[in-house]
Design a protein around this ligand. Sequence first.
Ligand SMILES: [Zn+2]
Length: 289
Amino acid sequence: MKAAKNNNTKTNGKVMQLEEQSWKQIDAWDRQNTIFFIPLSPMEEHGPHLPVGTDFITARDAAREAIRVLTKTRPDLTCVLFPAIPLGYSKLATDFPGTISTHTNAISLIVSDICSSLARFGFKYAVICTFHMDLGHLKGIYRGMKRAMKHHEIKIVEPWGPYFYHKEVEKREPQVGFDTKKEVHACFRETSLMNYQYPYLVDPSYKNLQSIYRDLYSPRVLGKTFKDIGITEGYVGSPARADSDYGRWYFQQIVDTYTQAAVDLVEGKKTRDLPQKTQVLMRSLFWYK
Ligand SMILES: [Zn+2]
């Protein structure tokens, strides 16, 4: 690949963690300028070569990094890291050990209860940081956000779903010399990401994995599991092509997306929604019960 242009040098600095504060310290935060970053992604198999926490670790670390960036660039804001929640709905990967799937309704209640609790004390802004894009998971998140925003004066955004489903990555990514449209799960992108962030957590056998492709968005696949559609190793794409330079670029995209959404939220700008057709599809998922 061409050298990815990047200006990310991981920033150092203390990140405010909710669990380390007393109620007195929390009560001193300016309600108009405090933003909670809430990482939320499940344990889910990611092929024979990546850890089950791939989405969880990515969401948590990108949220932490976004806070570091904002602490420098927006000292007027109080950015708080909520303890990362290792939960999510996962249908496709359910038949592999290590995948822990939580009911869509449970996700919805978790999101709405957490945000409502914050709102009850006057806090106004929350960013749900997920890296897991299963529509049943997003359905839970969006329902929970809607419920909390209906009953309280809090504004909540989930930025990665709109980035992902508007296919921003394909529009922006550096040239890699092959078709990345078929990279879907534990693939070139996610293996690159982990190679960049945690190379010691990536099993070197990834270099020998054959490329496997499936259209996971075909109507015939919806509601099925990986094993139902003949995916026996738990990945879809070409992990062997992983490149940590690409991983650095991709990680920075996630950080930038979380950061921008937080700024837009406090400044009252309109934040991006999921594409219309994704919303329709998400609502129609009657089997996610
Ligand atoms: Zn993933």
